[in-house]
Design a protein around this ligand. Sequence first.
Ligand code: URA
Length: 275
Amino acid sequence: MGNAVRELLEFYVDAGVDCALLDAPQDRFAESAAEKAKRGKTTSAKPNQEPVQANIDTPQPVLQAIAKIPNEEVIANAQTLAKAADSLEILRKSLEGFTGCNLKNYAKNTVFADGNPQAKIMLIGEAPGRDEDIQGLPFVGRSGQLLDRMLKAIGLDRKSVYITNVIPWRPPGNRTPTPVETELCRPFIERHIELVAPDILVLIGASSAKTLTGRSEGIMRMRGRWTTYKCGSRDIPVMPIFHPAYLLRQPAQKRLAWQDLLTIKRKMEEITEVS
Ligand code: URA
């Protein structure tokens, strides 16, 4: 591959354009030129240039055909499926079979969870990124490696914690999930928490913290303070923490992240003492 092409591809990947939506390129300029021509207008072609010939027979992208506008029925279906799941395996299968969230159309994998479902501590991030989508596991990219080091610092690892995300499909280009996407996935993450029934919930980053606490403050205000998550008749202690991706960009904030990790460690010790 020539250098120029490689650099262009690297530029696209850095910008988050790293998945093909169709098998063949679609020339949108040609399409709009053809539309204009059909309406009797001239194209923007320069006087001595051939007008762009659009292939108006190009089939519509497959994704347009399968993308759905989410409605209340789809949310109700998500709730029914999630409620009916009485084991993690069934919940995983239900998510894999759920077609109501368009994010799934672009994702390579449904990223369900990693770690120990018997763990006392459950960590929940926002949504998979590129590496997670490829490997089908949460937090395995750069931010996941930092998360592993953070856990190790307080004596934890993937055998002693359980990790998942609010959204199990990677949003294209790692964009923030929309409120509708979040609401479609909410019944599944709520059921996921019920089935794991952890003693402590750690919410990784602002998006997960806002979704699962229902609070609107920023992560700066929420981090480091215990709150509770209502899970049936239980109140689970919840600690929002900075997202490791943020810490990679703002390493000076690791000082506060360390304080939060120590707070979590103390809570784990308290819980172990009383049990
Ligand atoms: N960021 C997340 O929130 N979750 C992942 O799994 C990876 C990156």
